[in-house]
Design a protein around this ligand. Structure first.
Ligand code: SF4
Length: 317
């Protein structure tokens, strides 16, 4: 808690870039890797429709084509980012689909291929119900052999398990809690994804989601607004009037609530996500993501808010 208060004095939002600078002593860039993966929530193993907002790319919009090998993708991106930002350290990020939904032997091969010089961390994005010990064992083994740190990104989206059903996540809150505890046992850092304006959630749900993530002491959070993408169940619901268009003002308010209830030691990877315009029906309220981001940051300043300020009151008083 003392550490929390200290951080609160320093910054209103603990951004991921600052976290990385503190952890690695310099700027570190995350390089997305595209592998031809799958998802049990799309292929029928859990469900066949996927999450109602998922457009099928498994969220890997910024990736290079998966015809390139992992090594080729990383080298290409390292070359580009390295020259552009004079960067020397990188994180290899298995971003799209469900990063651990493949045989363990293939997973091992993939992470090994990503363990290049200048890679200081390997990050794997996956579903909470797709995280078994053999995958974490493989990561730990590689980490011990190379010194490369390991991290896991988990989709939760909301702590409201009724909403999780409505968005067809195919898992509940308990699976997420189990996955975080498991990652912590291995000493890997965990980042959780949350969508703050799901139509079935209210502000209390957002607060509870942040509080649960704080209680679990996740290391990072990635916040998203609900983007309505073409050819998704959500788009069909929107077009038939079953869900309303997301409102920017409401998202900003919810982001502030979330931040107030997020530990000041949890780094914020994103305040709002992005989706390509060409596949979107409604993307970030049809505003630029940057303007929404700037509004959240300036509202924190204007209202004199700090990350974690509500946790301090509830725990200490
Ligand atoms: S878990 Fe990810 S890849 Fe799978 S359906 Fe949901 S959003 Fe899409």
């Amino acid at each position: 808690m003392e550490q929390n208060l200290k951080s609160q004095e320093k910054r209103r939002i603990f951004f991921y870039s600052d976290y990385l600078k503190e952890k690695y002593g310099e700027k570190v860039y995350k390089l997305p890797i595209n592998i031809a993966g799958g998802c049990p929530n799309r292929d029928g193993r859990i469900a066949s429709g996927g999450c109602i907002y998922c457009a099928g790319a498994g969220a890997g919009y910024d990736c290079l084509p998966d015809e390139l090998s992992i090594k080729e993708q990383l080298e290409k991106n390292m070359d580009y980012i390295g020259k552009k930002y004079k960067a020397k350290k990188f994180i290899a990020y298995f971003q799209n689909y469900t990063g651990t939904y493949l045989p363990v032997a293939d997973f091992k091969k993939n992470i090994k291929e990503a363990a290049l010089d200048n890679i200081v961390e390997i990050s794997v994005s996956t579903r909470p119900d797709c995280l078994a010990e053999p995958y974490l064992d493989a990561m730990l083994e590689l980490s011990r052999a190379t010194g490369i740190k390991m991290s896991i990104e988990l989709g939760l989206q909301t702590a409201n398990y009724h909403t999780l059903k409505k968005i067809n996540r195919g898992h509940g809150l308990a699976e997420f809690i189990r996955a975080v505890i498991l990652c912590k046992k291995y000493g890997f850092s965990v980042c959780a994804h949350a969508i703050l304006n799901l139509p079935w959630d209210d502000r209390e749900d957002v607060k509870e989601t942040a509080k649960i993530l704080s209680a679990l002491e996740v290391d990072g959070v990635k916040l998203h607004s609900l983007n309505i993408l073409k050819d998704t169940e959500l788009a069909r619901m929107y077009e038939s009037g079953k869900v309303e268009e997301p409102k920017r003002e409401e998202y900003v308010e919810r982001a502030l609530i979330f931040l107030r209830n997020t530990l000041s030691t949890t780094s914020v990877h994103r305040l709002i996500g992005r989706a390509p315009e060409e596949i979107s029906v409604v993307e970030n309220f049809n505003n630029s993501w940057r303007s929404v981001y700037d509004e959240i940051v300036s509202e924190m300043e204007n209202r004199d808010l700090y990350q974690g300020m509500d946790i301090k009151e509830e725990i200490c008083l």
